[in-house]
Structures are given as C-alpha cells and as structure tokens.
Design a protein around this ligand. Sequence first.
Ligand code: BGC
Length: 268
Amino acid sequence: MDSQRLKGQKALVTGAASGIGRGIARALAQAGAAVVVNYIGDSRPADEVVAEIQSAGGTALAIEADVSREDQVQKMFQKAIQAFGTLDILVNNAGIQRDAPFLQMTLEQWNTVLSVNLTGYFLCAREAAREFVRRGVVPSVSRAAGKIICISSVHEIIPWAGHCDYAASKGGIMMFMKTIAQELAPQRIRVNSIAPGAIKTAINRKAWDTPQAEANLLKLIPCGRVGIPEDIGSVAAWLASDDADYVTGATLIADGGMTLYPSFEHGG
Ligand code: BGC
C-alpha cells in the first residue's frame, strides 16, 4: 500500500491536541497530508503535536477554535485555507462527556455536550463542504472534491445509562453524517464516520487505569485489548484516501468487537 497516499492533501482535525484526534493527526501526516491541529485552551499540547509531525518531516499548524462557536469556526477555516491554500479532508473529532444519571442531568450538561459533539460537527462540516464545492475536484490530488470523517462512537448504537447527552449526540452524528453524505455525493464529497469503542485516552481514563477497571472493561471487548489512538488513526488515513473512493455514508466500527453483544457469547 502507498504509504504516502495523502500526499499533497490538506487536512483539518478538530480536537487534535490529545487522544484520538492526536492519533489521527499523526496518521494523516504520516500518510503525507499537511495537518491543521485544532485545539482549545492551553496551546502547549497542540504545539507538541505540531512539533512531532514537523520533526518527522511533515507539515502542521496549530489553530485554536471552540468548535461550538460559529465565528471561531469560520475564522479557523479562513486561517487554515490562507495557510495551506485549500482543504481536502476534515476530521470532526472534538468531543466531550458530561456524565450524570438522567434524573440529575442539568440542562447545562446537556447543552454543552450537544453543542460541541453535534453542533460543532455541523459548523465544521459546513465550512469544509463550502470550500470543497468552491474548489471542486483536482484529479492530481484526489478523486473526490473532499472528504469528511466524523468520529462517532459505539454509542451511536449502544444505549449508555448515565450518559444520555453523549449517546444522543452520537446517535445524532449518525443521521447527520448519512444525510449530508446523501446531499453531497453528487458534488464528489465523501462523508463517513468511524465509531471507536473503548480507546485509551483521557476521556475514559477511569475505565482502564487500574488493573481491576481494565479487567472489567475487557469483558466488553471480545478481541481482548483496549484500543489505542493509532487504531483509529490508521482507519482514518484509509477512509480519507482514494482507496476508499467508493465509500460514503458509512460508519466504520473500530471497537475490537464491542458491538458484537459479547454478553451473548454464552447463553441467550
Ligand atoms: C466513550 C468512552 C467509552 C467508550 C466505550 C466512547 O465513546 O467516550 O468513555 O469508554 O465509548 O464505552
């Protein structure tokens, strides 16, 4: 397989300073793409990702924006396009959890999660698609005018008690992704999702950072290991490439079998 299959392409990854986003930014850069590392707050982790990519010979740039704010998203895209000339790939990844039992969940928790995880995906996808349509297909770069990848979750399918805001946002991403995939396919824009299972990042540290917690988590993962950001990075690099040119409107589940109802292995 061509290890530089994204050569000459420009990507923007939201929430790329840590976790899955960082893994994806590195994987896209490794495949030859120039990468915008979006972050919010402390710039140091994003600068580190940029430095890592640059020291491996790649091109990267950190841009701060709160993805739930229209003005900030629009400014980020302007800066990215000014710096790189255009964009070919958007990875909607920035996501948060504000967990609470349903009876105690506050409107603030609900709104915060929905505005980052769902409205943020809408705002970034719209800016990216506008640029893809404006520029159109450049055959020497890619067969598509652009690629949008939404990082969803197994919780777009698996209900999750104590996390109704998060699960609702991920279920929403599924229909958002499919609907814009249908709408944008004639313009040669591909839109897909990756649904990770449990990946070792800060968002779910409590679920894997003690042997007891990890053993409990592994009961839900038939393949017998908790995922790492690289597991998602490699899927994203493939999905963004022309190797996946006929794939649109799909959710690619990368979960070590979590969605295979492991509790049904025996019984039922
Ligand atoms: C959540 C994690 C969780 C995983 C599997 C992810 O979407 O962010 O906290 O460990 O799903 O349940």
